[in-house]
Write a protein that binds this ligand. Sequence first.
Ligand code: URP
Ligand code: ZN
Ligand code: ZN
Length: 460
Amino acid sequence: MALLIKNGTIVTASERYQADIYCEGEQITRIGTHLDVPPDTKTIDAQGKYVFPGFIDPHVHIYLPFMGTFAKDNYETGSKAALMGGTTTLIEMLCPSKSDDLLESYALWRSKAEGISACDFTYHMGVPRFDDKAKAQLTEIIEDGISSFKFFLAYKGVFDLSDEELYHALCFAKEKGVIATAHCENADLVLELQKKLISEGKTGTEWHYHSRPPLVEATGTAKFMSFAEATGAAAYVVHLSCNESLREVMRARYAGVRAFVEIVIPYLTVDMTYAELPDFEGAKYVMSPPLRHKRNQELFWNGLQQGFVHTVATDHAPFDFYGQKDMGRDDFTKIPNGIPSLEERVKLLYSCGVATGKIDLHTFVNAASTQAAKIFGLYPQKGTIQLGADADLVIYDPDYKGVISQKTHSMNVDYSAFEGWEIQGRPETVTVRGEVAVEQGEWKGTFGRGQMVRREPTHF
Ligand code: URP
Ligand code: ZN
Ligand code: ZN
């Protein structure tokens, strides 16, 4: 059935105007006023509301075997949470470990999503080792429509690869037009600092930060930037958390590296004091890199507004407080890392950024949708509102006031890191390729309708 969204204020990364949007099939086919449409068209009145392009989360974990357990969401709970929060496309980190076969892993991760997801999805292909077999398998995966890799310069012995492997993998990425994303921390330094702290009896959640101080991340970022400079690969730093790392990216950009910066919503909204909360409450805020000093937040808001910070993701990695996080009650190194926020990213970015005047509406759309689409080869099918684009749309009510709570969220996790936070505005109605998935804040989605979006390599 066709869909008409009337009277809304359309806001993209660069434009704001009043018009109606008509969607036929899965695409936007007309934009204008006083559109003449067939009588059986489903019509939604967006008077007083914004109409945004569907939001894109470029860093999500759904299926994640990690630190002796598994992240809690599956594609039913995860894609529902994404859509309830206005995210219509997510990019999952496909994380094979060193001993896994890459093609088998690719098939396994896809089997978790296909026929189940209600939102669209694609992957950053994890590369935990690089040899001739990996090269041949990665070539097949690229040909199947995956044009970004994920490297871990952390989690020693599990996901990390040697310098020699990293160099050759980046040369390969450059040759294929694949963008390299990386978790940048020095794996050896983390391990040694963890050992030192634990041997000193420093086992509580507050010590997680001290095992991964800014210098650990800055060193990792400097290394990734140097390797990108040496190989010419385009480089995207995931979950950059501090000024010290941002400086390394700026230095590399100055030297001509095609480098991009992702921050995640927790870094903009909560700081290191949350991980210091007593009674093990701090475990809810343990992720890596750790939450930082509050002063970094102003830098990131400015960076978004001025364009040197590119995307706001989540790094959604949900682990229950009871039964998972508490594996590290006596040793912070055993706390599964991650702060769930897939459902709250857009609302938090709007409430803490737009409603407070820290960023404008176009920056909000750019950071939460358009930049990810452009960097990862989804644009203009996704990430904007224009003729021919997928009809992924978010009707956003800026006047809505609500409260975040685990009791009402769709994510399959037993706590919310933002419990009781008041939010301003919400995605009221959300469409995926022309079909309504959320209407007036109520779930109307179809599991299994989500598609893997195939992406062409981009020679940056
Ligand atoms: O703490 C985090 N970031 N958990 C998820 C895994 C990763 O490093 O992205
Ligand atoms: Zn990471
Ligand atoms: Zn991650």
